[in-house]
Design a protein around this ligand. Structure first.
Ligand code: FBP
Length: 552
C-alpha cells in the first residue's frame, strides 16, 4: 500500500481514552446505576424483551477489576453507511480484548451483517489491525445494509457463533442496526446460547442520539469535512461575487448535518426539513423564502450567496409526500409497463395528468422537467420513487429562478441569478477521523469490550460528557431497550430505537433561528478551514457546535 505522509503519521496517533479507563484493564470496575425503562410503550417493549428489558445503566470507574477470567472470542461487524472512526472502534475493541488476555480472539465478519450469515470472516492480529489505526473508511472488513431481523437469520447467526465458540458479537451501526442488535441479544439470551450482543452508535447523519447517547460517531468528521468545503465555496463566492451556490448535504432523513454545517459556516440560507414539516411548508413557500433573500441581497448589489439544502428535505414537504404516494400508486403493478410503453414525454405527461389528483398535479406542474422525469424514471426494485435521488438542490434553484422572473416582471427584483449546484455526501463518510472521532471511536470499542468482559448483553457502548476534554469523558453502557418505542413500520408495530430529528426547541436550532435573518442578507460567512490533527487542543480536539450548544 502507498502511504501518504499523513497516513503514516496517523498510525502513530495514540487515541485518548476517558480518564476512568486509563489506568489499565486491571483497574476498571463497574458501578451499576438505576434500573431502566423504555422511553415509551413500556409494557409492550418489556413483553417483547423479557430477558434483556429493564437492566441497569452502568458506568465504569477506577477500581479493582472483578470480571470473571474467561477466554473471550468476539465477532464484530460494521453495518450500514460508512462513518469516519469505524476502524478505531475495531482497534479499541481489539486492544482491550488483547490487553485483558492475549489468547482472546477477535473475528471481523466481512461485508456487514451478511458476513455473519455467510460465515465470511478474518481473524485480526496486530499486523492487520495496525494498518487501520486512526484511518477513515470501513474497508478493514467492509460494510453492508443486510438487515438481521428474522428468526431464521438469528438461527444462522447462532450456528455461526457456536461453530467459532463466539462469546459475544459487537454490532457497529445506526438506529436500525442497533435495534436489530437488541433483538439479536434477546434471541441469544432466550435460547441460552451464552452469546452477548453489544452495539456501538454510528452514523454521519447524527440521528442516533438521545438523552443517553450524546452523539453518533462520524458526525463530527463528516460535518467538519463538508463545512471546510462549504467555507471554501463561500470564500470563492465572496471573491468572485457572481454565483449562488445551492449545496445539498447528506442526511437521509434528519437535518442535523445541514444545521451543523450552517452553524459552522453561516450561509445565507439553510433549510431545515423538520421545520418545513412542522410549518407544513409548500415547495412554493420554500422557494419564496430563498427568492426573498436573493432579491434583498441583489438590492444591495450582492448577486451571490450560499444555500444549504438537507438531502431529505422533499420528503418533509407535505404536498410532495402526497405527490410521491400518488405516483407510486399510479405506477403500481402492470400500470408501470403501460406507462413505459408510451413513446414520448408528451404522451407520458398526459397519462400522469389523467392519473394524479388536481392538487398533486399542481405540485407536479411547477417542477422542472428534469425532476419530473426523475420521479418517473428512477425507481427502486419495488417500483417506488427513489426520493433520495431527487436533485433537490437543482429543484430549489429552478423554483427560485421562476420566482425571480415573476418578481422582475413586477419590478420587485433587478439582479442577476447564476446558480451552481453541489452535493456533499460521500466526500465526508470516509475522511480521516478528526481527533474527536478517533478518540471517541477508540473509547467506544474499548468500552464495548469492557461491557462484554463484565457479562452485559443488549447494551449500547456509551461514552458521554463529550463536549469536555477526553480525560473527563464518562464510559459505560445503556440497555438498548431503554431507547426503544413502538412504531408503525411497513404496516406492522415494531420495537425500534427512536430516530432523533432536529428539535425545533433545541439550542442548536434556536441559535440558528436567532441569526438566520441577518445571515440571509448580510455576508456573514465563516470559514472553518480543514480538519486539523496536530496542534493546540482548542483547534484540533473540539467537537461540534451542535453538542457545545446542547451542553452549554
Ligand atoms: P447510515 O444511516 O447507515 O449511517 O447511512 C447514512 C447515509 O450516509 C445517509 O446520509 C445517506 O442518505 C445514505 O447513507 C446513503 O446510502 P448509500 O451508501 O447506500 O448510498
Amino acid at each position: 500500500m502507498n502511504l501518504s505522509p499523513l497516513q503514516k503519521a496517523r498510525y502513530e496517533y495514540a487515541p485518548k481514552l476517558p480518564g476512568m479507563l486509563r489506568n489499565g484493564i486491571a483497574e476498571i470496575c463497574v458501578k451499576e446505576g438505576e434500573d431502566t425503562q423504555s422511553v415509551a410503550d413500556q409494557d409492550k417493549i418489556k413483553a417483547l424483551f423479557p430477558n434483556t428489558y429493564g437492566k441497569k445503566e452502568i458506568t465504569f470507574q477506577k477500581g479493582q477489576n472483578t470480571s470473571a477470567a474467561k477466554k473471550q472470542v468476539v465477532g464484530v461487524i460494521l453495518s450500514g453507511g460508512q462513518a469516519p472512526g469505524g476502524h478505531n472502534v475495531v482497534c479499541g475493541l481489539y486492544d482491550a480484548l488483547k490487553a485483558t488476555n492475549k489468547d482472546n480472539v477477535l473475528f471481523g465478519f466481512k461485508g456487514g451483517p451478511s458476513g455473519l450469515l455467510e460465515n465470511d470472516y478474518v481473524i485480526f492480529d496486530d499486523e492487520y489491525i495496525d494498518q487501520y489505526r486512526n484511518t477513515g473508511g470501513f474497508d478493514i472488513i467492509g460494510s453492508g445494509r443486510t438487515k438481521l431481523e428474522t428468526e431464521q437469520q438469528f438461527e444462522i447467526v447462532a450456528d455461526v457463533a457456536k461453530k467459532h465458540g463466539l462469546t459475544a458479537i459487537v454490532i457497529i451501526g445506526g438506529d436500525d442496526s442497533n435495534t436489530n442488535a437488541a433483538v439479536l441479544a434477546e434471541y441469544m439470551a432466550a435460547h441460552g446460547t451464552g452469546v452477548q450482543v453489544i452495539g456501538c452508535p454510528k452514523t454521519i447523519d447524527g440521528d442516533l442520539k438521545n438523552e443517553d447517547i450524546e452523539a453518533s460517531f462520524g458526525f463530527d468528521t463528516a460535518t467538519k469535512t463538508y463545512a471546510e468545503v462549504i467555507g471554501n465555496i463561500e470564500r470563492d463566492c465572496n471573491s468572485a461575487k457572481k454565483y449562488w451556490h445551492f449545496i445539498k448535504v447528506m442526511g437521509r432523513s434528519a437535518s442535523h448535518v445541514a444545521l451543523e454545517c450552517a452553524l459552522k459556516t453561516q450561509p445565507n440560507i439553510c433549510l431545515i426539513s423538520e421545520e418545513v414539516a412542522a410549518k407544513k411548508m409548500s415547495l412554493s413557500q420554500i422557494a419564496d423564502q430563498i427568492a426573498d433573500a436573493v432579491a434583498k441581497r441583489a438590492a444591495r448589489g450582492m448577486n451571490f450567496g450560499v444555500a444549504i439544502i438537507p438531502e431529505g428535505v422533499v420528503e418533509f414537504v407535505p404536498e410532495f409526500s402526497v405527490l410521491i404516494s400518488e405516483i407510486n400508486e399510479l405506477l403500481a403493478g402492470s400500470k408501470a409497463d403501460e406507462f413505459n410503453a408510451l413513446p414520448t414525454w408528451a404522451d407520458k405527461y398526459a397519462f400522469i395528468e389523467k392519473g394524479l389528483t388536481k392538487a398533486s398535479m399542481d405540485v407536479f406542474a411547477i417542477l422542472p422537467q428534469t425532476i419530473q422525469q426523475q420521479l418517473f424514471l428512477e425507481r427502486d426494485p419495488h417500483g417506488n420513487v427513489q426520493v433520495s435521488l431527487i436533485e433537490s438542490e437543482k429543484l430549489f434553484s429552478a423554483l427560485v429562478a421562476d420566482k425571480l422572473k415573476a418578481m422582475a416582471a413586477e419590478g420587485k427584483y433587478d439582479g442577476k441569478f447564476s446558480p451552481l449546484h453541489h452535493f456533499f455526501g460521500y466526500e465526508g463518510r470516509c475522511a480521516f477521523p478528526s481527533n474527536f472521532d478517533a478518540d471517541y471511536c477508540y473509547s467506544l470499542g474499548y468500552n464495548a469490550f469492557m461491557l462484554i468482559q463484565y457479562g452485559y448483553t443488549g447494551y449500547l457502548s456509551k461514552v458521554s460528557n463529550l463536549s469536555k476534554p477526553a480525560e473527563e469523558w464518562v464510559a459505560g453502557g445503556m440497555p438498548i431497550t431503554k431507547m426503544m418505542n413502538i412504531e408503525r413500520r411497513h404496516g406492522e408495530d415494531k420495537p425500534v430505537i427512536r430516530k432523533a430529528l432536529v428539535e425545533l426547541d433545541g439550542a442548536p436550532f434556536k441559535y440558528f433561528e436567532a441569526h438566520r435573518a441577518e445571515w440571509a442578507v448580510e455576508t456573514a460567512f465563516t470559514y472553518p478551514g480543514a480538519v486539523q490533527y496536530y496542534g493546540p487542543a482548542e483547534v484540533c480536539d473540539i467537537t461540534t457546535i451542535t453538542l457545545a450548544l446542547e451542553q452549554a
